[in-house]
Design a protein around this ligand. Structure first.
Ligand code: GLU
Length: 494
């Protein structure tokens, strides 16, 4: 008897560097396919937030997944029968389904201005109510809507919501969940820029792409009633959901880059093996027998995945345990050839070794000096202290301000090229009231471990954004009572 193929997907938004949680979600998707007797794994790029999406981030998703050994049957890269797989290329599809919802009376055009909505929310908050759309445009006549649209008045499309009863559904991880309909907002489904919001796009795409199991982070549980309603409005059957608890820091707070390293790029740059990361993530959804060997290959995790083992409290992301896995893989599990292949791939990632050697050329008189100059690019810790920054033109307060300001700028830079970095550093001269050479001095130490190093902005671009961020944070922490993590600007969702 032939089984229906399982079709699952990950649907990352290309903003920032790929988060380790994406790998975790991908593994569970793959396990469901494996355990369901085979099928297809799809990568869809959810880039409808045009202000935050960028091509470099999308490329990082492809690179990091490939590095981990996670491959796709369908994606923007490899194509497939249900494409395009990038949401900004599917505008017409969403527009058609949005029009259908409005036509059938399941959605309505809303002309409320951002100012009106702000005032409304403020008032609701004052009254101790949850901020929700108040239905102001719910009953506009068709003629009125047509006239205002024709006059070019900005508008969005909102979905209608029941106001009574509960939405109850069964999740593959959390079991039965009930959410009162009255708590579910009349969600915007088409934005003023003509692009859909996540909610409409995810439902339309999952349906058209034949997705059979929806695996995603627990943060989407409150949105699920909206999706259930959309499936109902369209007359489609909604696939079962598997919401995965967020990864947590050892102190059980949500894993965030404020407190921990979350970027797959960072782990790659530090020389963690993909096998160790897979092992580390996989152990949280596998039941090990007493005394069973925990170090195992990817395929074993796919076979042994057990939804009942997934802790609703969230898997703890313990770097010590990751180190333990990595050490065991490096020392015991790889052949000499595999080990050397990993070292070579690591050193050459992004052409790093070659670029570092080229940068060092301007600094040396003989080749034996190369390790001194190139070493810091690959080193994991410079063991700096506040003393390491003594003797600079800037005072300790100014040095801390420089590190904090550069860290903040780095976070926001879409292009992390030497010239873009230089522009940002120059732009800080005014706000910090310091010359560029005073600003760069502590950065040499933070980024390269000592006062003299490879050209600064080239080094930063070479080691990449996540390592630059990590090194700046480590240096800044030396100047603060509290840890550097506390000054980290807002989290970028993956
Ligand atoms: N773009 C969403 C995210 O990155 C996808 C969520 C989903 O898988 O439905 O979290």
């Amino acid at each position: 008897m032939s089984q229906t193929p399982v079709r699952t997907r990950i649907a990352p938004s290309p903003t920032g560097e790929p988060h380790v949680g994406l790998a975790y979600t991908a593994m569970v998707n793959m396990a469901l396919i494996h355990q369901g007797g085979g099928g297809q794994f799809i990568l869809r790029i959810e880039d409808t937030d045009q202000t935050r999406s960028n091509a470099a981030s999308e490329q990082s998703i492809y690179d990091c997944m490939r590095w981990l050994g996670i491959t796709f049957d369908e994606s923007p890269e490899v194509g497939g029968p249900h494409g395009p797989y990038r949401q900004t290329e599917r505008r017409e599809i969403y527009a058609k389904y949005a029009a259908e919802l409005e036509e059938k009376g399941h959605a309505f055009t809303c002309f409320c201005t951002p100012e009106r909505l702000d005032t409304m929310r403020l008032l609701q908050k004052k009254q101790g109510k949850k901020p929700m759309y108040d239905g102001h445009c719910l009953n506009l006549s068709k003629e009125d809507v047509a006239k205002r649209k024709a006059a070019g008045e900005p508008h969005v499309l909102r979905m209608k919501m029941p106001t009574e009863g509960d939405c109850t559904f069964t999740d593959g991880i959390y079991g039965q969940i009930s959410i009162p309909w009255a708590d579910v907002d009349m969600q915007v489904i088409m934005k003023a820029d003509g692009l859909p919001t996540y909610h409409l796009a995810v439902v339309v795409d999952d349906h058209l792409m034949g997705i059979t199991h929806i695996v995603r982070g627990e943060e989407w549980i409150p949105s699920t009633p909206k999706h259930i309603k959309l499936y109902e409005y369209f007359g489609w059957e909604m696939p079962p959901t598997y919401h995965l608890p967020v990864l947590r820091n050892p102190d059980r707070t949500k894993l965030s880059k404020r407190k921990n390293h979350t970027s797959l790029r960072w782990f790659q740059g530090q020389g963690y093996l993909p096998q160790a990361i897979i092992n580390f993530l996989g152990q949280s959804f596998v039941r090990f027998a007493e005394g069973e060997e925990e170090v195992m290959p990817f395929t074993d995790f796919l076979t042994k995945f057990d939804a009942a083992v997934v802790s609703k409290a969230g898997a703890v992301f313990d770097l010590g345990k990751l180190d333990w896995f990595n050490g065991r893989w490096l020392r015991e599990k790889l052949s000499d050839e595999e080990y050397l292949a990993h070292v070579t791939a690591w050193a050459n990632e992004g052409d790093k070794l070659k670029q570092a050697l080229l940068l060092a050329r301007s600094r040396i008189v003989k080749l034996a000096e190369l390790p001194t100059w190139v070493g810091p690019v690959f080193q994991d810790d410079f063991h700096l202290t506040a003393e390491s920054f003594a003797g600079l033109k800037s005072t300790p307060e100014q040095t801390a301000a420089i590190l904090a300001a550069v860290l903040e700028r780095v976070e926001k830079m879409p292009d992390f090229t030497p010239s873009a970095i230089w522009d940002e550093l120059k732009a800080l001269e005014g706000p910090l009231g310091l010359k560029a050479r005073v600003i760069t001095a502590p950065l040499f130490i933070a980024i390269g471990g000592k006062a003299q190093g490879l050209p600064l902005t080239d080094s930063m671009a070479l080691i990449g954004k996540s390592l630059t961020r990590a090194r700046l944070k480590a240096a800044l922490a030396l100047f603060q009572q509290t840890t550097a993590e506390d000054v980290q600007p807002a989290e970028e969702p993956c």
